[in-house]
Design a protein around this ligand. Structure first.
Ligand SMILES: Cc1cc2nc3c(=O)[nH]c(=O)nc-3n(C[C@H](O)[C@H](O)[C@H](O)COP(=O)(O)O)c2cc1C
Length: 180
């Protein structure tokens, strides 16, 4: 009998661990050109027990493409054109199933990179909660959330936050739990 109870309890614990913080279905989607945002995205995924999707450009960004000091570099040209929509190489599976989507990116020119705009226009986010998160060289996340909201009017897009690459899983968990 005692053993039976222990087995039941263990079963319960296992389920709680699998579910982590929530019964909501959560996705962490991110774009990272040089690996910084990826580190934060992976910690956020662990902290929330979410699924993860990497937004990979169809045409990878070379170092020259990322040169913000060159006004003619690919990133400079894309970011100057609000209608620019760089192609993404694959689609996230089963997007309709997610309730909460964290969207990560590096801040480029004080906002979300154009490929995030492509991502926001690639799915129906109606009724979903979308929370941007970012890394940067010091700039805040700016109007990224507002820009993303305009591209997914039927979603609830929050302002989001910029994190240091050294942010802890605990800190991310504390931040994320308000939506979970
Ligand atoms: C094209 C470009 C524009 C950038 N613009 C900004 C900016 O406006 N403010 C800022 O603090 N950092 C800026 N950065 C720095 C990145 O936001 C920062 O290095 C980020 O952590 C890189 O993330 P990743 O490794 O995931 O690509 C820019 C970087 C690039 C390549």
């Amino acid at each position: 009998m005692l053993l039976g109870c222990a087995a039941v309890l263990t079963g319960c614990n296992t389920k709680a661990e699998e579910n982590h913080m929530t019964d909501k279905k959560v996705l962490v989607a991110y774009f990272s050109a040089t690996g910084t945002t990826e580190k934060v995205a992976q910690k956020l995924q662990k902290a929330t027990g979410a699924d993860i999707f990497k937004i990979i450009p169809q045409q990878p960004y070379s170092a020259d493409d990322l040169n913000w000091q060159n006004p003619d570099s690919r990133s400079s040209v894309e970011m100057k054109d609000k209608s620019s929509r760089p192609a993404i190489s694959s689609k996230a599976e089963n997007m309709p199933a997610y309730d909460v989507v964290f969207v990560g990116f590096p801040v480029w020119w004080y906002r979300e990179p154009s490929i995030i705009d492509t991502f926001m226009e690639s799915y129906d986010f109606s009724g979903k909660t979308v929370i941007p998160f970012a890394t940067s060289g010091g700039s805040p996340i700016g109007n990224s959330g507002k820009n993303m909201q305009a591209l997914a009017p039927d979603a609830k897009v929050f302002e989001g936050k910029c994190f240091s690459v050294t942010v802890s899983e605990d800190e991310l968990k504390n931040w994320a739990k308000q939506w979970l």
